[in-house]
Design a protein around this ligand. Structure first.
Ligand code: ADP
Ligand code: MG
Length: 361
């Protein structure tokens, strides 16, 4: 089911101060997608999710879920959370520790007064779906972190919601389990015809899990796109920087040549992916460390062939992370662990124009 958020603002009042948690948010979340709200802590992700769920009342605007207006300031509509047909998985207290698996999952149906035999059947089906059948009588405290997350997912799914919402559900798991659970979650959600709204501050999680990502900052949506669009082709400096490690260099647009935009920067003249920017305007050149390619010897002349000196070299397992000095600029580069390089070496390297991205300041 599609979710439409129009002109939603939300203020909190605390210690005599007003906090603008959401600043005129306009957003359409397409039906049956995994849609992620990504942003730093305090950017308003949880507040937006809670407004959709109905746990928070916006100060302005309208929220629709499918064809139903569930919140409207103007029309004075406020549908309570339990009537919005949603399932939710929270960051903390994912499941209730004093209940066993069956009771945890059955709870949303019990409060709706669903007949007992229907509850048993739905709980069994849902536990089978999350691969937790046979665990019905297990106390919640005797489950691993990953199993607890699956029970939380089952509880959110048991009443067959049209929309499921997640607020940083994996943040309490250790790194390895987080990665596994992320994959599972993606597989589970892929099998359902369901709209999923997923909140995280973890960029890798957002990239791995989402069909679309909306990047938030200070209560506003800055940019929306597919993971690849956001990673490779962001429009905003903040987004390019937040979604992955990036070298960000001040540049001035000099020419539009052969389908490329050419800039002058601290690295010299750089041929970049085309952008509609006026000659003479200022922009930021964004180059990700993995697209800096060391060339053997002095290298042949071509686009974006540069020379620099390796100032530091750190082995991080799958690669070396090198800091390369070029004039006044320092670039972070990811280098093949087989490269025989040392700190202090002079190197030549290229920047593929397709991965030289110009973003707004
Ligand atoms: P996120 O989930 O992105 O970390 P939140 O939506 O929790 O961000 O918070 C957005 C802003 O609103 C923050 O500045 C936060 O401190 C503030 N905030 C959130 N909840 C409350 C509250 N109940 N009272 C006062 N301020 C709040
Ligand atoms: Mg939050």
């Amino acid at each position: 089911m599609e979710i439409r958020i129009c002109g939603v603002s939300k203020y909190y009042y605390s210690e005599g101060k007003t906090i603008k948690a959401l600043d005129d948010v306009n957003l359409t979340i397409p039906a049956n997608e995994i849609f992620t709200l990504l942003g730093p802590s305090g950017s308003g992700k949880t507040t937006l999710l809670r407004c959709i769920v109905g746990l928070e009342m916006p100060d302005t605007g309208e929220i629709r879920i499918g064809n139903d207006v569930v919140w409207s300031k103007e029309k004075n509509i406020s549908v309570p959370p339990e009537k919005r047909g949603l399932g939710m998985v929270f960051q903390t207290y994912a499941i209730w520790p004093h209940m066993n698996v069956f009771d945890n999952v059955a709870y949303p149906l019990q409060v709706r007064n669903v007949p007992k035999d229907v509850i048993r059947q739905r709980v069994a089906e849902t536990l089978r779906f999350v691969q937790m059948e046979g665990f019905e009588r297990r106390p919640a405290t005797k489950l691993s972190g990953g199993q607890q997350q699956r029970v939380a997912l089952a509880r959110a799914l048991v009443a067959a919601p049209k929309v499921i919402l997640f607020d940083e559900p994996l943040s309490n798991l250790d790194a390895k389990l987080r990665e596994e659970t992320r994959k599972e979650l993606r597989a589970f959600l892929g099998k359902l015809q369901i709209t999923a709204v997923y909140v995280t501050h973890d960029r890798v999680e957002a990239l791995a899990l989402s069909d679309s990502i909306a990047v938030m900052r200070a209560g506003q949506i800055i940019e929306i796109g597919t993971p690849k669009k956001i990673y490779f082709d962001a429009d905003h400096r903040f987004v390019a920087d937040f979604i992955g490690r990036a070298n960000l260099i001040k540049a001035t647009v000099r020419a539009d040549e052969g389908g490329y935009t050419v800039v002058e920067s601290g690295l010299g003249r750089i041929v970049c992916q085309h952008r509609d920017l006026a000659i003479g305007s200022e922009a930021t050149l964004c180059v990700r460390p993995e697209f800096i390619r060391i060339v053997k010897g002095t290298g042949q002349a071509g686009s974006n062939l540069l020379n620099g000196r390796i100032e530091s070299l750190v082995f991080v397992g799958e690669a070396y992370e090198a800091e390369i000095r070029v004039g006044d600029e320092q670039l972070l580069a990811k280098i093949d662990p087989d490269a025989h390089l040392n700190e202090g070496d002079d190197v030549s390297f290229t920047l593929d124009p397709a991965h030289c991205l110009l973003v707004a300041l």
